[in-house]
Design a protein around this ligand. Sequence first.
Ligand code: KIV
Ligand code: ZN
Length: 560
Amino acid sequence: MAQVHNDKYKPFPQVKLTDRQWPGKTIDKAPIWMSTDLRDGNQALFEPMNQQKKMEMFETLCRIGFKEIEIAFPSASETEFNFVRGLIEGGHIPDDVTIEVLTQAREHLIRRTFESLRGARRAIIHIYNATCPAFRDFVFGMSKAEVIKMAVDAVHLIRQLAAEMPETEIVLEYSPELFTATELEFAKEVCDAVTAAWGATPQRKVILNLPATVEVATPNVYADQIEWMHRHLARRDSVLISVHPHNDRGTAIAAAELGLMAGADRVEGCLFGNGERTGNVDLVTLALNLHTQGVDPQLDFSDINNVARVYEHCTQLPIHPRHPYAGDLVFTAFSGSHQDAIKKGFAAQKADATWAVPYLPIDPADVGRSYDSIIRVNSQSGKGGISYIMEHDYGIVMPRRLQVEFSGVVQRHADSHGGEISGEEIWQLFADTYLNAGAQVRYREHHLFEEGGQQAIRLGVDINGVAHNLNGVGNGPINAAMHALTSAGLQAQVRSYEERSMVPAGDDGNASAVAFIEMAASGCGECYGVGIDSNIVTASIKALVSGINRLPQSAPQKTA
Ligand code: KIV
Ligand code: ZN
């Protein structure tokens, strides 16, 4: 249904800012972060966190490096009140962390909030009242002057209660709730009244938090609103502008980033975007976005899996597998062209150089993720991904033409079986195709010796189950072995030969040799044979045998 907007109650008021500066700005330092996981985030849970979970979350937030943490809405419930008391009385608040508590701008709630803070070293009292026309007219039935008075009365009371509790340094935060739906001139009027009532100075700043309580416009509109406030607020040097974007339109990250470009000093949000409805802005993504731009976010997500586990445990909410930076699949590529580029990017990446691997905006190691699952194979994958897994998991660097040949084998398997193919399955396909190829010829043993200045070999093989001792001479062991096999009627030519050492990942120095021989026989096409052994000559002879077994019509002409 189309929404018809009366001018006064339209979702967001017009912003008159023709000379906006924010589009030309970049973010070059971390903002002041404020985690509201234990308040806004907690309010949005099916099952709010109990004391134990709140404590676990609090400790995790401290470990990540948050210096301002909104821990509760103490006047809302005993649980909330007791949590604040527990943190203070238990001495759990690190010296460099300031706790924050929320209350509506109402006298009895403010008094109760102060009681919860007794004994704290420093605390931010966060008061709010809604300022937009719809709230003024329909919810509160208040004039603009009454809304201002409500905020200012609350500030006076807080000043008085703070003076009675000198052992606690009280910082004031004020939020004109539904700021984005409030006329800017009026939002400024309320905020300026609060700043004046608090007696804010550059040494004793007031935090003015300008929330997108409900996200109602594109992020550039929020940026305009923030820049307008940044340029018009009184005593700007005595004010910290804070943004608090919710994610109703799915653009909270952009809103926060543009808000910072527009002059904000501080950001409030939650881990992984928890919070009312579609959530608060996701502080993990915001921080790691900074990291990708070379700006130190001053938050430590170097063990993101641990943060994710704590979050899921405390909130009982899952993290989407494609959640930026943290989801299980975000460092995984299935598509063949992506895999190919990633594999080449990895090969070119120098340890101390700027990270530049295609399709991976950050080095997974920066957030404590391994490279193990970066490339996963399904029917969309190509030779790049398959050869990456063979190399990374099994230490086998395949020649390019073998990559093409083997990817066809994997592709056929994927097409017929569907779904993802694990590294183990790829290895099994490789072993079945090359290492245990066919049954006509089986290598048993060999003995090398010199004969008339040439390389001679005595080669023990089973051909169709019958043991043979074959002799051959040549200009090297492979040539001699080929001649020995040809003497048994096995027709094939060697087209190319490569050998490599093979160090499977995690195997310390336990190297084997792998030989790749590309073979052809007239009328039979070409194919690869592969042999693996701790001895390179044995690996090569096994590769010859593998190739002969794989050539479609190279079955022996004679068996004795
Ligand atoms: O979203 C919001 O407006 C809030 C206020 C209480 C700051 O959470
Ligand atoms: Zn909120």
